[in-house]
Design a protein around this ligand. Structure first.
Ligand code: SF4
Length: 197
């Protein structure tokens, strides 16, 4: 059983899989405490109904999706070995969104680690990242982003994504930074532009 905040079929708006259809499953529970978190209602797992792995699988399959994003909250506060095994058996592509603050469990096709200053990512999580997505709030975040990208594998793609409320102020700096540091790619929250969840 897992506490589920919400689940919906939509378009992935961020990072490597931007623009692709995916079913989002948001698992409750997070102790990372980002001040700008836009899903604070997810933090307390006890406030959300628990669904069985079969129930989750049936909801996902009913949508007709090929791709599933497991997000939170911080989904790695739970052992997702069984959930990912069941969803993989059903032929689905599984994409994880995690802060990296907990060991990564489960079998994933794509792992996005989005490290947060409020609770440091584990080296073992960074080592498994296919994508490092750093939310840029102010200038000091560039140096912090470099420090974490250095701890990932060579295949890991680095994304710099402006914190949404600071988009207009910070994007010129991100543009200049990426022109000077071409290992990075800009990620935008395109789901907010096309007005989908
Ligand atoms: Fe919110 Fe994610 Fe930060 Fe948790 S890790 S506080 S869910 S932004």
């Amino acid at each position: 059983m897992l506490p589920i905040v919400e689940h919906f079929y939509t378009i992935q708006g961020e990072g490597r899989n931007t623009g692709r259809a995916a079913y989002f499953v948001r698992i409750g529970g997070c102790d990372v405490g980002c001040v700008w978190c836009d899903v604070k209602e997810s933090w307390d797992a006890s406030k959300h109904p628990e669904l069985s792995i079969d129930e989750i699988k049936n909801l996902v399959l009913a949508s007709g999706t090929k791709n599933v994003v497991i997000t939170g909250g911080e989904p790695m506060m739970f052992d997702l070995t069984e959930l990912t095994a069941e969803l993989k058996n059903a032929g689905l592509n599984l994409w994880l969104e995690t802060s990296g603050a907990y060991p990564i469990s489960g079998n994933w096709d794509w792992i996005c680690v989005s490290p947060k200053k409020f609770k440091a990512p584990l080296d073992e999580a960074l080592a498994k990242a296919d994508e490092l997505k750093v939310i840029v709030f102010n200038h000091s975040d560039f140096e912090w982003a470099e420090k974490h990208l250095a701890n990932t594998n060579s295949y890991c793609i680095g994304y710099l994504q402006p914190e949404y409320s600071r988009l207009e102020k910070i994007i010129p700096e991100i543009v200049e930074y990426v022109k000077q540091h071409q290992q990075w790619i800009i990620s935008l929250q395109t789901h907010k532009v096309i007005n989908v969840p």
